[in-house]
Design a protein around this ligand. Structure first.
Ligand SMILES: NC(=O)c1ccc[n+]([C@@H]2O[C@H](COP(=O)([O-])OP(=O)(O)OC[C@H]3O[C@@H](n4cnc5c(N)ncnc54)[C@H](OP(=O)(O)O)[C@@H]3O)[C@@H](O)[C@H]2O)c1
Length: 313
């Protein structure tokens, strides 16, 4: 018993020693900063832009539809085009201090029902549409030794769910990009944030709901829908702090701890919390997974019953 306690103590001290070089980044000063928000014409992106504006930043919005000082571009089409857009923005408002990659969309449906083009479309806009603007700002950020890049993923980028075979991979991909990029740019004082919003009441969410399979809807209904302002506030707060992870609410906290893997941490406290909570959260997650499997099975049985009734009628 004594030996076990001593081993635990040694492991704990070793852990502290290992993580002690982690120094939390200096917060980015938003007043006077130039913030570029892709997907800033609607939903979460629009609220992020408003939040940054309220905090004194100069804003460039990038989307296809024009709203305020907005540069119109389809981010998924061509890198050179996106690079020119970022150049235009830098000429007008100076070098980019913070880039929030929010442009994106979801096309839900069963794997076999989704058009092949939907898989390509979602990788283009959700993944490449974040790679292109980030690639266009990164050199200047590294030269200036200042910058923040935010990737807006999704809780569906942490856990694969029924109906999201096209959407989830495009959001999981952002996490891989963010981890690799963070390791490259951290010595240059550039910090990457991945945000995992839950279901959020936006025009994009309303559009998605029109074609959501019943199973996806029932699984989504196990959690509540957030307000875009609430999500945006959290994203901006975490980006300013240079936090790698940005999540909202107790589900978000649990999912982020569970899926931390080899992701960087921004504070010793965050690392210790992950170590301590991981086992318990895994047990809770198993109950969630069981209930989701039940929903899928019940829908299948119901469908089979109504198809049988149709045939006999
Ligand atoms: N709402 C949710 O429940 C939820 C949950 C988790 C994650 N998210 C993610 O959060 C982000 C914002 O979602 P939202 O719900 O706020 O959606 P939204 O209201 O539909 O807004 C999407 C934004 O992306 C822009 N956009 C879409 N395709 C584009 C393209 N090809 N090129 C340039 N801009 C493009 C749209 O502008 P234009 O149409 O003018 O181009 C719009 O400004 C997305 O990445 C989404 O996957 C949303």
């Amino acid at each position: 018993m004594l030996l076990l306690a001593a081993a635990f103590l040694v492991a704990f001290v070793l852990l502290l020693y290992m993580v002690s070089p982690l120094i939390s980044p200096k917060p980015l000063a938003l007043p006077g900063a130039h913030v570029v928000v892709t997907g800033g014409s609607s939903g979460i992106g629009k609220c992020v832009a408003i939040e940054c504006y309220k905090q004194g930043a100069f804003i460039t919005l990038v989307a296809r539809n024009e709203v305020v000082l907005c540069i119109s571009v389809d981010l998924s089409q061509d890198y050179n085009h996106v690079e020119n857009v970022i150049k235009q923005a830098q000429e007008k408002l100076g070098p980019v201090d913070m880039l929030v990659n929010c442009a994106g969309m979801s096309i839900p449906g069963k794997f076999e029902d989704l058009e092949v083009s939907s898989f390509e479309r979602l990788m283009s806009i959700n993944y490449l549409g974040s790679v292109y603007p980030s690639r266009a700002v990164i050199t200047t950020m590294k030269e200036r030794r200042v910058g923040r890049i935010v990737f807006v993923s999704s809780q569906a980028g942490q856990v694969g769910l029924f109906g999201y075979t096209a959407y989830s991979p495009s959001k999981f991909a952002l996490r891989g990009l963010a981890e690799a990029l963070q390791m490259e740019v951290k010595p240059y004082n550039v910090y990457v944030t991945v945000a995992y919003p839950p279901d959020t009441d936006t025009p994009g969410f309303a559009e998605e709901n029109k074609t959501k399979p019943l199973e996806t809807r029932l699984i989504s209904e196990t959690t509540s829908v957030c307000k875009p302002e609430q999500v945006a506030k959290q994203i901006v707060k975490d980006a300013i702090q240079g936090n790698f992870n940005s999540s909202l609410g107790s589900d978000g906290y649990m999912l982020s701890s569970l899926t931390c893997g080899m992701a960087p941490v921004t504070s010793i406290t965050e690392g210790l919390q992950q170590v301590v909570t991981m086992g318990l959260f895994r047990i809770i997650a198993l109950f969630y997974l069981g209930s989701f499997d039940n929903i899928v099975r019940r829908c299948m049985v119901q469908r089979a019953k109504s198809e049988g009734a149709d045939k006999t009628a």
